[in-house]
Design a protein around this ligand. Structure first.
Ligand code: CUO
Length: 358
């Protein structure tokens, strides 16, 4: 597939998500086609994994796209993507590992990674693993639109922390899909969406969206175009067509999170929700770049209006963006949990606190 420069080759499939930009914004500007910062994010990326899997199948693969469950403890990237060469067991010869990097042929570049230690440190912190916490805070939402915002932001750190500050890497919206680890990451993100849908069924609640409905009956680009060689994604290009993924011809071997079954997860989420909690609340919009947002809690002075005490780190989250991104602005708030920090600072939940971005 990497050697094929045709419509089901690696270059063409990677370009569906990123550069060369091939879609138009409402104002006529040219943008990349992937949808971020809006309720169709889960459906666009679901279809994209199907596109990749079908393209692999057209080259003779009988495998599904492997998923990387990054909520589990880890000390390195998945073995599959780690090494530039592997030993072919049949011929005992060293062969190029196609999951190690991807060419970006139109720019004569190759993807690279600069893994940030925070990726591995996260899983050393037990229940404070922010990667797992982010997903739990998404799964607890019982309506699609609030879930979607949390879910999307929870997936951003993997991009940011794997790619680092390298342009042709996972951390750039325009080039992320050229690194093969992207597909392992998004296969898992897709599995998390399926998990939320399974949880919703278990809760007796809808698995479809309750917002953004105007978006859902228009084919997503570029899947809906005549030039798409994969009939399955071309015929199901509308977001409304991809909620039931079994109709797209795949299933998961495992719908657990960090070893927890749907029932166990449901119980854990109920427990978490039964306690008093504090959240920092953000209305996020695109800034045409990726970003690492650090949160500090400011404790107000006696006047209740000013603060000389803002040096209280409360956490961080990540944005994935790029200069050719679609203009976006979440219609629902992003909620970052700061309950433990509020307790640690000895504040009551009734203290008026503010957050600042230093
Ligand atoms: Cu489009 Cu992770 O969302 O790349």
């Amino acid at each position: 597939m990497q050697d094929d420069d045709g419509p089901t080759g690696y270059q063409a499939i990677s370009a569906y998500h990123g550069e060369p930009a091939d879609c138009k914004a409402a104002d006529g500007s040219t943008i990349v086609c992937c949808l971020h910062g809006m309720p169709s994010f889960p459906m666009w990326h679901r279809l994209y994994i199907v596109q990749f899997e079908q393209a692999m199948a057209s080259h003779g693969s009988k495998l599904g796209v492997p998923y990387w469950d990054w909520t589990k403890p880890m000390t390195h990237l998945p073995e599959l993507v780690q090494h530039p060469l592997f030993i072919d067991p049949s011929g005992k010869k060293a062969k190029k590992n196609v999951f190690y990097s991807g060419e970006i042929k139109f720019e004569h570049k190759v993807t690279a990674r600069a893994v940030d230690a925070r990726l591995y440190d996260a899983s050393k912190k037990g229940h404070e693993n922010f990667l797992l916490e982010g997903v739990l805070n998404a799964l607890e939402h019982e309506d699609f639109c609030h879930f979607e915002v949390q879910f999307e932001v929870a997936h951003n750190p993997i991009h940011y922390l794997v790619g680092g500050r390298i342009t042709h890497s996972m951390s750039s919206l325009e080039y992320t899909s050229y690194d093969p680890i992207f597909f392992l990451h998004h296969s898992n993100v897709e599995r998390q969406f399926a998990l939320w849908q399974a949880l919703q069924k278990h809760r007796g609640l809808p698995t479809r969206a309750n917002c953004g409905l105007n978006l859902f009956h228009e084919p997503m680009e570029p899947f809906g175009r005549e030039t798409n060689p994969i009939a399955l994604t071309k015929d199901n290009a509308k977001p409304s067509s991809v909620f039931e993924y079994d109709q797209l011809g795949y299933e998961y071997d495992d719908l657990t999170l960090n070893g927890m079954s749907i029932e166990e997860l449901d119980n854990l989420l109920k427990q978490r929700k039964s306690k008093a909690r504090a959240f920092a609340n953000f209305r996020l919009g695109g800034i045409k770049t990726s970003a690492n947002v650090r949160i500090s809690i400011c404790i107000p002075n006696k006047d209740g209006r000013h603060s000389d005490n803002c040096d209280n780190y409360a956490g961080e989250f990540f944005i994935l963006g790029g200069k050719h991104e679609m203009p976006w602005h979440f219609a629902y708030p992003y909620l970052y949990e700061i309950t433990d920090k509020v307790h640690a600072l000895g504040l009551s939940f009734w203290t008026q606190i503010t957050t600042s971005k230093p």
